[in-house]
Design a binder for this molecule. Sequence first.
Ligand code: HEC
Ligand code: HEC
Ligand code: HEC
Ligand code: HEC
Ligand code: HEC
Ligand code: HEC
Ligand code: HEC
Length: 259
Amino acid sequence: MSSQPRRNQSKFILGGAAAWGLLLVGCVMVDRTLVAPPQVAGANFVGSKKCAECHEEVTSKFHDATHAKLFAPGGNAKEIGCESCHGPGSVHVKAGGGAGTIVNPGASPETCFQCHLDKRGEFNLPNAHPVLAGKMSCSDCHSPHTGDAVAEGGTNLDGMNSTCLKCHASQGGPYVFEHEASREGCVTCHNPHGSLNAKMLKARNANLCLQCHFQQQISAGVILIGGRDHASFLPRGTCWSAGCHEAVHGSHVSSSLRF
Ligand code: HEC
Ligand code: HEC
Ligand code: HEC
Ligand code: HEC
Ligand code: HEC
Ligand code: HEC
Ligand code: HEC
């Protein structure tokens, strides 16, 4: 029901090509995707194997990470998985490690925006998680170092919901009357990156609910939703306001999710 095509368009652009000279990163999963990793003054790429010498605990789990598939094409091709987010590591390695010699993208989303440029726009929308304000980071919801970057994989919605429930426990129930919509994922109704609509909703009106609940006009002036005439209800406001289905995540008292 919640089919959102997301792999069929290139979301990446060629970032700061001039500054990057000829260094571009390709991804085995996406043809002709060109993106630019962050920069560290005076440093070259050394490859993820080098990082393993001192960061075993990170590299040992990295093999199945979404970003492990990134590489730099060309004659001196390097698998730059780690460095796609942390920038070229030669200076850091030579110094025997230490802060200030390598990019730490936990501190700012700018590193991520470099390749996921569309996300900057989404987080700039009027209703968004406070990532730009520095109160949250992309890695609160995305695992950079292991497995699918979208928690538990885009197909495992329980896993994806559990990401949200870490901070929003009350929307997860358990409820006496569960709204089955949440099984489809919080993201059927919310865009976690940002939205024009209040509460990061994907639609500001009944269309949000009509994704799943069929609306049927059987005769003039009669609009059936869920088998009940809604013609006089619809002008009153959204489905979840005006005392109708306010317990949109689930209810302890009302099977029709009234409160
Ligand atoms: C998708 C981007 C990305 C990739 C690829 C990546 N990292 Fe990270 N790394 C981060 C982020 C974001 C943080 C900030 C910590 C956090 O929020 O989890 C971080 C933090 C770290 C830290 C600091 C210690 C810590 O846990 O806070 C180390 C060390 C590190 N990464 C090493 C690596 C190594 C080694 C690799 C390759 C095997 C790698 N990273 C690949 C994004 C990435
Ligand atoms: C010679 C050992 C060594 C190698 C090789 C090495 N590191 Fe480090 N790295 C360290 C040490 C030591 C620290 C500081 C540890 C600490 O503060 O906990 C560190 C810290 C970091 C941090 C955190 C910096 C911060 O500002 O918080 C990141 C990110 C990181 N390394 C990534 C990498 C990546 C990516 C590679 C491979 C390109 C790499 N390291 C290779 C030793 C190394
Ligand atoms: C050097 C470029 C680059 C950087 C930097 C980068 N990414 Fe990515 N990222 C990619 C590419 C390429 C893909 C694979 C796209 C695909 O498979 O559709 C990807 C995939 C992802 C996905 C999964 C997309 C999906 O459809 O499953 C997420 C989530 C993600 N990145 C988040 C982040 C976060 C968070 C950061 C910063 C910590 C970051 N990325 C930094 C290039 C980058
Ligand atoms: C509040 C949690 C949350 C935060 C914070 C977050 N994301 Fe996401 N992101 C998600 C979820 C959930 C999905 C899966 C959406 C879906 O399948 O509809 C996703 C999907 C993605 C994707 C792949 C699909 C797409 O929309 O392109 C990318 C890339 C991505 N996020 C990057 C980022 C970056 C970069 C940041 C930080 C600037 C970030 N995200 C911050 C929850 C979050
Ligand atoms: C790391 C904690 C964290 C995670 C994980 C998280 N959120 Fe949030 N969420 C927040 C914070 C902080 C706010 C902003 C609250 C505020 O501004 O008062 C917020 C706000 C919201 C709001 C708007 C609430 C309002 O009253 O306007 C919605 C809706 C929301 N988050 C949904 C989600 C969804 C869906 C996910 C999973 C994809 C998610 N959140 C994951 C911390 C988190
Ligand atoms: C069927 C659509 C739908 C689904 C699925 C859904 N939400 Fe909501 N959510 C809404 C609506 C509508 C509102 C606005 C309620 C209002 O303004 O009274 C909302 C509001 C919120 C808020 C703001 C506080 C509140 O309760 O009003 C948070 C936080 C939130 N949702 C988190 C989540 C999380 C986490 C999930 C997944 C477990 C989720 N939502 C699933 C429709 C949905
Ligand atoms: C992802 C699909 C989906 C979305 C979106 C969705 N629902 Fe549902 N809803 C369901 C399913 C499945 C059921 C349980 C089967 C049924 O009763 O139709 C249900 C049940 C309900 C019920 C209980 C019906 C009864 O038995 O009395 C109400 C009320 C309801 N939804 C309201 C809403 C509202 C309001 C919205 C929009 C904020 C919404 N739904 C969005 C899938 C969805």
